[in-house]
Design a protein around this ligand. Structure first.
Ligand SMILES: [Zn+2]
Ligand SMILES: [Zn+2]
Length: 140
């Protein structure tokens, strides 16, 4: 169900963001970053410099690592992207968008409010971690 709202193009964008993050080419303005960091951590993968987080192979450069992961770890990449799409779906259920001129986003769980989408996403991932984990188990 979670994958239905995710178009192929969006899926490719997320995959590319994951690759950039894992190889160290990450763009800090990336909208997917909080989800990627959360999913990578939740799945127990850890980024370590120029070593591949899946097989520990050391690469000479970030772009070399990017190519290595994209070629050798399609299975792990796909798992991560699927997990990220599920997390995005769960988080979106907890965000209330208000039409008022005040703060635009509101958390349905604790009524925290903020102006920026990335702030509400970070709030939910950080403060309602248990709820997300419980939901992930339900829709595995
Ligand atoms: Zn590897
Ligand atoms: Zn909250």
């Amino acid at each position: 169900m979670a994958l239905q709202f995710c178009t192929y193009k969006r899926y490719e964008q997320i995959e590319n963001s994951v690759l950039r993050f894992l190889s160290g080419l990450k763009n800090t303005a990336d909208w997917y970053l909080p989800y990627i960091q959360y999913a990578v951590k939740a799945m127990g993968f850890e980024r370590r410099g120029l070593a591949c987080c899946f097989c520990k192979k050391k690469c000479r450069s970030a772009s070399g690592l990017y190519i290595h992961i994209s070629k050798a770890h399609q299975y792990e990449l796909r798992l991560l992207v699927r997990r990220i799409v599920k997390i995005m779906d769960i988080v979106s259920r907890f965000v209330k968008v208000r039409g008022s001129s005040g703060k635009r986003f509101k958390c349905r769980i604790c009524n925290f409010e903020c102006y920026r989408r990335i702030e509400i996403v970070e709030h939910i991932l950080c403060c309602h971690d248990v709820l997300i984990k419980n939901n992930l188990d339900l829709i595995k």
